[in-house]
Design a protein around this ligand. Structure first.
Ligand SMILES: [Zn+2]
Length: 357
């Protein structure tokens, strides 16, 4: 029987049974797949190759597919002319992933706009029809995380009982508000099938700590969330801004800002350099001013290494809160010692328990 005709429901209803050895993945663009292919390979981080050409990019590495988790996200849902989720999946897209034995087969879903229940249901119903081992990609307006939205979202996911991978839409950071994080937490608690995140950023670590099956963090800003159709996002100019994670600040920070902090330590003998020195496997204790001139792949290898460390450390909601507290303490330290008022990223406050805000 044609695999795509199989009608049984997915049986992978338990996140603990996820086929992924390492639940954190790096999401890379298909048109730069060769450049980023070995990112995190040393410690088994998986990759999600993204874009229309992702299957073709992966086919060049057929012999290596067993070595680390690998997925393909077509991202048909992105861009100004994105189709609606009511559009049918492409059979060959799903069949080819199965033939390649990819650990998770991702649907090539269209977009689910605010309150567009027919698009949501169309994606979930199609996923049920294509059978076991397929995860429904749900590229949704962030409004689906409001109280009313998430109630419907949970209801439909639980009715269809298929694993889902959310892609959250926002002009900057979809998880920068308390209501959005509360909605995601509610979904992770209430969904009776695995919930994962594609195209996310540091909040992916928080989502894993709260029960997400896996999370894929984008190597570029444009792969760290979904830009609205009328706001296509970077690159605004050439070259696009570079962001590196400053481990103690738990933040993707513009390299220019890192240089600003580094410059302060060079001008004032009493300021320690440690904040800007990185002991990750890529940096080898070098200082972060190197990001101004290093290759993109070296900067991304630093980010991947820090994310891997974080994933090891953050294993529960309490340890995620503790990591945020530590970072907020360092932001305060910068204000006190450097006299620089840098606003911490908004996701930090959004993730703090309600009693703490
Ligand atoms: Zn580093």
């Amino acid at each position: 029987m044609d695999a795509i005709q199989a009608s049984e429901r997915s049986e992978s209803g338990d996140p603990g049974r996820s086929p992924l050895a390492n639940r954190l993945l790096m999401q890379i663009p298909a048109n730069r797949a060769e450049e980023f292919w070995y990112l995190g390979a040393d410690y088994g981080a998986g990759i999600v190759v993204s874009g229309a050409q992702s299957l073709s990019a992966v086919s060049h590495h057929k012999d290596e597919l067993a070595e680390r988790p690998l997925m393909v996200d077509r991202r048909r849902y992105a861009g100004a002319k994105r189709p609606s989720g009511t559009m049918l999946f492409t059979r060959s897209w799903i069949e080819t992933q199965r033939q390649m034995n990819l650990p998770v087969v991702l649907t090539d879903s269209g977009y689910v706009a605010q309150a567009d229940r027919s698009a949501l249901v169309a994606i979930l119903e199609q996923t049920v029809r294509v059978g076991t081992g397929v995860t429904a990609v749900l590229p949704v307006s962030s409004s689906w995380l409001t109280d009313d939205g998430v109630k419907h979202l949970v209801g439909e996911i639980n009715q269809h009982r298929v694993p889902v991978a959310l892609v959250l839409e926002h002009t900057a950071d979809p998880l920068s508000t308390q209501w959005a994080v509360a909605g995601l937490k509610h979904l992770l608690e209430q969904a009776r099938s695995p919930v994962s995140l594609l195209c996310t950023d540091l909040s992916g670590i928080g989502a894993l700590a709260h029960g997400a099956a896996w999370a894929a963090v984008g190597v570029t800003s444009s792969l760290r969330h979904l830009y609205p159709a009328d706001s296509p996002g970077p690159p605004y100019g050439t070259p696009p801004a570079k962001y590196a994670i400053v481990p103690r600040l738990l933040s993707f920070m513009k390299v220019e800002r890192i240089l600003e902090g580094w410059a302060q330590t060079q001008q004032h003998d009493d300021l320690v350099e440690d904040l800007w020195r990185c002991a990750c496997s890529e940096c080898g204790n070098r200082t972060m001013d190197r990001f101004a001139t290093c290759a993109d792949v070296s900067l991304s290898a630093h980010n991947a290494s820090i994310l891997d460390d974080l994933q090891q450390q953050v294993t529960s909601p309490a340890s995620w809160t503790s990591a945020i507290d530590g970072a907020l303490g360092w932001y305060q330290w910068i204000e006190d010692e450097y006299h620089l008022i840098w606003e911490p990223p908004r996701f930090m406050n959004a993730w703090l328990p309600r009693s703490r805000r």
